[in-house]
Write a protein that binds this ligand. Sequence first.
Ligand code: ADP
Ligand code: MG
Length: 708
Amino acid sequence: MGIKGCPFCFYKLMNPSTKANHSHSEAAGPEIRYVKGIGPRRAEIFLKMGIHSVRDLLFLFPRRYEDRSRFLPVASVPLGEPSTCRGEILEVKFKPIRRMPIVEVLFGDPSGTLRAVFFNQPYLKKTFEHGQRIVFYGKVENYEGRLQLTNPEFEILEGDDEDSAHIGRIVPVYPLTEGLFQRSLRNILKDATERYLNEAFFDFLSPGIRKESDLLPLDRAIRAMHFPSDFEEQRKARERIVFDDFLSFMLELMIRVKTVRTRLRAPEMSATSELLDEFTGALSFGLTQCQHKAIREIAEDLKSGIPMNRLLQGDVGSGKTVVAAFAFFVAARSGYQSAFLIPTEILAEQHFRTLSQLLATLRIRVELLTKSVDNDARKRILGGLKRGELPVIVGTHSILQDDVLFEKLGLVAVDEQHKFGVHQRNRLLQRVPRPHQLVMTATPIPRTLGLTVFADLDISVMREMPQGRKPIKTYWITRAKQPEVFRHMSERLEKGEQAYIVFPVIEESEKTDLLAAKKEYDRLRKQVFNKFKVGIVHGRLDRTERETTMRAFARGEIQVLVATSVIEVGLDQPNATVMVIENAERFGLAQLHQLRGRIGRGSLESECFLFGEPSTEEGKKRLRLMTKMTDGFMIAEEDLKLRGQGDLLGTKQSGIPVFRAADLVRDEAMLLLARDKAKGIVKDLDLETLKNPEHWIQKYLEQYRKND
Ligand code: ADP
Ligand code: MG
């Protein structure tokens, strides 16, 4: 948001003239090395995990729980289901088979006996002893006619365990690092929950909010996260922590947004219903409901005097450009200039053609600025911008150069915003009054992600396609059918249509993949499609070469385009009706959807053929989904469900905050609840009062902040 302050609090934001000389050494309970059971050696390990205080320690939540309040009799442990049982060790054997060390433990209870088998962990032969009492957790399998637990988790019981943290209850199982053991960690946390809870935490949520949202008090929640008395209590405890995760995140963000917005002035534009009528009158088609709604939302923003910061999200082909055109029109009529940033030259040219046609009817001038524009034209355009005579400029990064000056820039629109750095965009935005900003994306994102990653933006979503589009037919087929598909493709090419063949060279550094794609390209060009013009684009070609080929395809001079995943996002080529995706199992759902969006843009029926033989169930599910779904938003939701949040967090630039317990896939309802609460709190909040570091919101947020 371009506002700097103390990264840990609003102190600097609220007191901009002060130096950041305040401290965050709030009581979070004693330092970790003074906690019972820890000491200096273990403290080192905890510090490496980012755990400095008892508070941090109590925030180290279990990865799962084990119900040790009831053990299954050894004889009735079911096949194939993770279960817990307890018994006494009767025999320990070490028997290497070939080079593989195998430790085998026979244990039993009055109901019967069972074997636990450990592969490749020879040191375990010293761990187990005859007569030990032991708990196993794992799945029983039938191995060559014999029942066994393979590599189960285990815990050897000690004398005083019967009324301890380890048995006779629902037991927490923690994530471990080297040097930390389950038993000691559990002992440490048992003690810490009994001793330090009230020292380390204060419940800043008012009883009112707690009651409205049906939440446990904080101390009870934290205790029950570690040592729940039953699974219901654990569920309630988790709800409270998840709520706090989301509420603290939303509060922090909304306060920042409110602060920035009350400080910055934006051009006040006039967006009357007469203007809207004039605009729609100039169109050759009627707007969709979604386009109408987006346009109304944008009109409100432009009138407000507060900088618009809106994300326009709509699947490829949903008609985002017209919506942007409306904003340019309004700005121009209010005497302001607009800049439209587009990631590639070809797309910029395409948008320029559409916009100039449309805006010409409304008597508004548009020019195109890219690196291909010759010097004279460039001079003329820069002059027009500087003198304020040119109301709309469409272009690539060229717009961001130092010598491009505006007289009265009032609106910046960005297509596929992730292709431009924040700094680049901010160069245009940092002026008074601050220009409105509209960012557009064709990447459908699941709702929960939208609410977090783009939480500082207002979002307009367009889920509906203009009328007359035929849905793309998608088929998932085996390699063997390839000749048939290619014959069918040839027939369509004969009629003058065009096709894409896509190869999964996902990272353009994967040499062998690229070789395979090139080899296949040769075969296609020389044998299969020798009657047609075939071209290739991939990331290893330089930009001009790539653009020349893309242009030839756009002009219809090439009929078949062999490509890696670099094919332009947003290229509007209504004549392209067939797409073949090779090794489709190697693409993610969202990516497959993006690729498929290159076709189906005209009035002809389009077809997409997925070749792929996925080895996993999940892979099969993905391809099956593609054949059934065309709505990008539904696909994005399914994608998230299939991959889970963990996968998203794995991608570094995801922008997804790291929560203590919340999971964006599981906890959507809680996210919405917390968001509503945060909205209500921030709406009534006098920002001045936050200057006081004792304000409950300051305290509340501080308690949840992570030190990474
Ligand atoms: P995208 O959202 O992918 O950027 P575009 O703005 O490029 O989509 O629009 C795709 C095509 O649909 C363009 O040719 C555009 O003129 C056309 N279009 C946009 N809105 C409508 C509508 N309401 N009815 C019919 N065609 C439309
Ligand atoms: Mg577009």
